[in-house]
Design a protein around this ligand. Structure first.
Ligand code: AMP
Ligand code: ZN
Length: 454
């Protein structure tokens, strides 16, 4: 039985799906105005592990991910510039080009990290109609009001506003000192923003409020998740920074519109940190997957690093810790490459692994079960058990490394083979030295020469 920690109840709960055998899971996706850094990607590795665990348990998972290509402003308080519009201006490209470019890079990164693709990708700009419909419903039910710059959600109309983040009503009152402008309550948020100067923005749409505009950030996730998964669905995930504002507001507006419980299980991933703080432009550590590759790291070594921590604990990142994760990962693969398949399953270790997974995705203990199996000299069924475990680890543990050898090295390898068949050992040895100088090692096996990068 799978247990997960539900942010809503602050407890580990036994997971029970809405529909038998099938799960609806919504993962807050990227805002596509820049590269997703390895911190963002930690959160997607976490939701991927969750999805894989659910599939392992026999569920069919409908996984929906949004793409925020409009409406996310530089400040969470519904002010400032639209991130995608700003990037478009800065890079001299259209908003659509910017969104497409960064979405494609993100999809490449997902592949490199073995993160399974969602069943449904949905873009905010392609669901304007659904968002307007939802806002109209909220207006009709008395939860929305108009100001000079948009349509806002009245959080004071919701009795349990802030339940996810456990926001205290008194704390919200303290906000009275803040300049509310035309907002009625500090926590009220924009559902729809009017363009300040219609015709100037690249992305704006006609609206029932007679002024062209664009949706607020939170409404897209409510409109699209409910469109694809229904008014009440199983799981919603994201990083912990989404708890107090984005997810809190998603719950308020969805439940106000439908009168039903929105999501049953809310799961949140803790941050990847650098020098004790959330990775950000100012603290550093803001690498992309490609940058790590340029430094000689394997993307899956990063996945391995992420799996060494529990998703609810902050994970401290450094190039040194990645280096040591990469060493462990390579050692793991080397050990596995030498194993023989006896066709059996090792139920003892598989049970330990499953117990760790089912205990709120305890990946560090799941990895300990894998290492335990490998270190146990008497253990049987290693290959088939590892194959099962890797369905959740997603580390390509059984995939043989194909080393891509540069053409000049390949030529040397062939020349050496020729020298060996001619029994010219001296020449063969000289060529071997040249190969090593170029950074490759060569081992002669019964199946022929094996080349490895040193
Ligand atoms: P964004 O593109 O800003 O909407 O962020 C995408 C996802 O990354 C969200 O779920 C965030 O909560 C998450 N996130 C942002 N920074 C970090 C970090 N340093 N560590 C882990 N997750 C993060
Ligand atoms: Zn979202």
């Amino acid at each position: 039985m799978l247990k997960v920690y539900n942010t809503l109840s602050r407890k580990k709960e036994i997971f029970k799906p809405v529909k038998k055998g099938e799960i609806g899971m919504y993962v807050c996706g990227p805002t596509v105005y820049w590269y997703q850094h390895i911190g963002n990607l930690r959160t997607y590795i976490f939701s991927d592990t969750l999805k894989r665990a659910l599939q392992f348990e026999g569920y069919k998972v409908k996984h929906v991910m949004n793409v925020t290509d409009v409406g996310h402003l530089t400040s969470d308080a519904d002010e400032g510039e639209d991130k995608v519009e700003t990037a478009a201006k800065k890079e001299g490209r259209t908003a659509k080009e910017i969104a497409n470019f960064y979405l494609n890079v993100f999809k490449e990164d997902l592949k490199k990290l073995n993160i399974l693709e969602p069943s449904v990708w949905c873009r905010a700009t392609e669901h304007i109609k659904e968002q307007i419909e939802l806002i109209k419903t909220l207006e009709k039910k008395g939860f929305a009001y108009k100001t000079s710059d948009g349509i806002y959600f009245d959080t004071s109309k919701v009795k349990d506003y802030g339940k996810l983040a456990r926001l205290k009503k008194e704390g919200l009152q303290a906000g009275k000192r803040v300049d509310l402008k035309e907002k009625k309550n500090i926590t009220d948020f924009a559902l729809w923003k009017f363009s300040a100067e219609p015709g100037k923005r690249q992305q704006e749409w006609p609206s029932p409020w007679n002024i062209a505009g664009f949706p607020g950030w939170h409404i897209e996730c409510s409109a699209m998740s409910m469109k694809y998964l229904g008014k009440n669905f199983d799981i919603h995930t994201g990083g912990i920074d989404h708890i107090p504002v984005h997810h809190t507001n998603e719950i308020a507006q969805s439940e106000a519109a439908t009168g039903k419980k929105f999501v049953n299980y809310w799961l949140h991933g803790a941050f990847l940190e650098y020098k004790g703080e959330k990775i950000s432009k100012s603290t550093g550590g803001l690498f992309t997957v490609s940058e790590l590759e340029e430094k000689g790291f394997l993307p899956l070594a990063y996945r391995y690093l992420v799996l060494t921590g529990h998703y609810r604990s902050p994970l401290e990142f450094s190039l040194e810790s990645l280096e040591s994760a990469q060493n462990s990962y390579k050692r793991l693969k080397n050990i596995i490459a030498e194993l023989k398949n006896d066709g059996k399953i090792n139920n003892g270790y598989l049970k330990k692994f499953k117990a760790a997974i089912e205990n709120d995705l305890d990946m560090p203990n799941a990895l300990a079960a894998l290492w335990g199996l490998l270190r146990d000299e008497k253990a049987e069924g290693k290959i088939c058990t590892i194959k099962e475990m890797d369905k959740i680890f997603g580390l390509d543990l059984l995939k043989k490394e194909t080393v891509s050898v540069p053409a000049e090295v390949q030529k040397l390898v062939e020349e050496r083979e020729k020298a060996r068949t001619e029994k010219n050992w001296k020449l063969a040895d000289e060529i071997r030295k040249k190969i090593i100088e170029k950074g490759y090692s060569i081992d002669d096996s019964a199946q022929g020469a094996k080349i490895k990068k040193i």
